[in-house]
Unconditional design. Structure first.
Lengths: 343, 343
DNA sequence: GTTAGCACTCTTTTATAACGAGTGCTAAAT
DNA sequence: ATTTAGCACTCGTTATAAAAGAGTGCTAAC
């Protein structure tokens, strides 16, 4: 569909604009060594590329910038899987250098490094605990009225919630109660806990414990997991350095959007596994229409755990970011699998 | 030291500037109804106030704005304890409307409401767990190599940490170990845990458990509390709407500073109990030299728990914010005392 | 098919002037 | 002895115009 020359010109324009953030003109293009034809020829090609919808002008006599369709094409067809810079490799590896133990810490550090490396904003979702299996339930009474329910999963994730004790319950009952829960529920994935409690455990409890139901509903309520997986951010303010956001309305909208965790959660979470690129309006949110979002998923063995994402301007270093995310998500998956698979 | 007329003029200037963010001129002042003298008189007084260091000009022929010294004087001497708006009272009360249980939730909601009410940034530190008393230690083994240590305090605070199990330890030993810890350490304030473990518990353990020391040091290490109390923020991006921050360098520095949790932690934490106002350079941080920080502490009974703070431009609604913080911190203290004092 | 040349467009920069809000000072009024 | 009216002056802001510069589209020559 596009001639080789058009491809070449298009690619150079995109690369140049990604680097400089300035519209690219025919004259400056003609001076590049990889381009051998005159500025007039380039102008003709550029006009064609614009007609095809790959380029845009900011005003009648300006140079060209890539359109969203252009970026999409660039990402889909012009991005050769590029070798990652040795420095970048080192930086990513440094995440795993210390023998970090908790998943969350690892994931948090990943977010930090990613944002420093790219100078964009990084967002990491996870790790998902939905499919974690229950390791232990504990109940710690605080006083006559309240107690804490604690659950621990096989990956070391701990969740806790305070609840009211039914009046008049005694410690022996609580202990029995917990023992029954542990007997019946250990090994059950968190997402099935709630239904399992009512379907299978309630009956057993009823036979052993007076007034079990008040407590059971308190507990079941407390354990209404999955708790939203947490989001971790890195470099929230990095976008302030991007020239396209030297505009108070834009930056305010964007930062406000980022602060709004529930929305971000939905946006990140809806991405399918593997690498994913959403460009500009594809994000479906007006605050992000000058942004691109690249996501990658990570997993333990084949079980998808979470998502790493980079949010940058549409004029983003797609190639490098994609390589980075690919590399990091693979490494993260490997590390986590090694840590938690070897039960 | 200052005449009544000077006080009046000064107060009106500050109030006006706080409202409008515009330098205040003599003519516009003379038109206010509370001011009965001519603009020329006002000019003379303003010149004197400037000489005394309470006012500044932005350029030779501009109106006046309050200097930092001026704000300091205003806060220290001109602020009458003002009645809080009925709306504000309602909003603050709404924090306690739902019967919230966990301290952290309460504190988080306070941060949110405060920032919405003021359109400044709110920062809440706490609640401190240093003096919380240990209620229970649990150890949950995950596999042969790792286990989770969980501690629960009398206020329902839960902290957990993963640690390595010494090779070859058996479950019976772990159980004994935990029982001894609980016997000896229940009721001990978190901040004393570490020393107590080594001084009093180590010996007992040594008599009952083989290879106790490897595990003890893992655990003690894990429990190296107090974990920094957490910071909660509200309205991080609110400062973007303040006209004094319509400057990319300033806003970037400020937001970056805010993101840097450790620094913020120190800044908030160092404030003594009660209401505290830091104006501009008094904050000692260049990123905050156009800001004022107002802090208030909250407590359970007489034990100080944490700090609520509002970060705004130096041109801040001091009177209203101080009233708000005073009111909220009192209410928060009362609510928490009621919840947790009645053990 | 390619390219040199040129008129034209539009932004950015620079210069200049006009405006206006505000001051400080002097001299008159109270 | 204050207070105030009056006025010259300052300086930032706004408006206008002109010049510069980067880039385009089109035509005609190569």
């Amino acid at each position: 569909m596009l001639s080789d020359r058009q491809l070449l010109i298009f690619q150079v324009i995109v690369d140049d604009f990604i680097r400089s953030a300035q519209p690219v003109g025919s004259r400056s293009l003609s001076k590049k060594e990889e381009i051998q034809f005159s500025s007039a020829t380039i102008r003709n090609e550029m006009a064609d590329l614009e007609e095809l919808g790959f380029l845009e002008k900011t005003h009648t006599s300006s140079g060209r910038i890539p359109s969203e369709k252009g970026y999409r094409f660039y990402v889909d067809h012009l991005l050769s899987p590029q070798q990652l810079d040795a420095k970048d490799v080192d930086s990513v590896r440094s995440i795993f250098a210390e023998r970090i133990f908790e998943m969350e810490k690892l994931v948090q550090k990943s977010a930090k490094i990613l944002s420093e490396l790219t100078n964009y904003t990084s967002i990491v979702l996870g790790p998902a605990v939905r499919e974690n299996k229950l390791r232990r339930i504990q109940i710690v009474p605080l006083n006559n009225e309240a107690a804490i329910a604690i659950i621990v999963t096989d990956t070391g994730y701990v969740e806790n919630k305070m609840f009211h004790l039914p009046p008049g319950i005694d410690t022996g009952d609580i202990e029995k109660f917990v023992n029954i829960l542990n007997e019946r529920l250990t090994g059950v994935p968190l997402e099935e806990l709630n239904s399992k409690i009512y379907k299978e455990v309630a009956f057993v409890l009823s036979q052993h414990i007076r007034s079990y139901d008040a407590m059971l509903s308190s507990i079941a309520d407390s354990l209404k997991l999955p708790v939203n997986e947490r989001l971790f951010f890195g470099g929230k303010t990095n976008m302030l350095s991007q020239p396209e956001f030297h505009d108070f309305v834009k930056i305010k909208n964007l930062l406000t959007m980022i602060e709004h965790e529930e929305d971000m959660y939905d946006i990140i979470r809806q991405n399918p596994s593997g690498i994913n690129v959403k460009i500009g309006k594809e994000n479906g949110v007006s605050a992000m229409e000058d942004c691109s979002l690249i996501t990658a998923t990570y997993s333990i063995a084949s079980e998808q755990l979470g998502t790493i994402a980079i949010l940058g301007p549409t004029r983003m270093e797609y190639s490098r970011v994609i390589s980075l995310l690919q590399f990091l998500s693979t490494d993260l998956s490997t590390a986590l699998t090694k840590l938690y698979q070897s039960k």
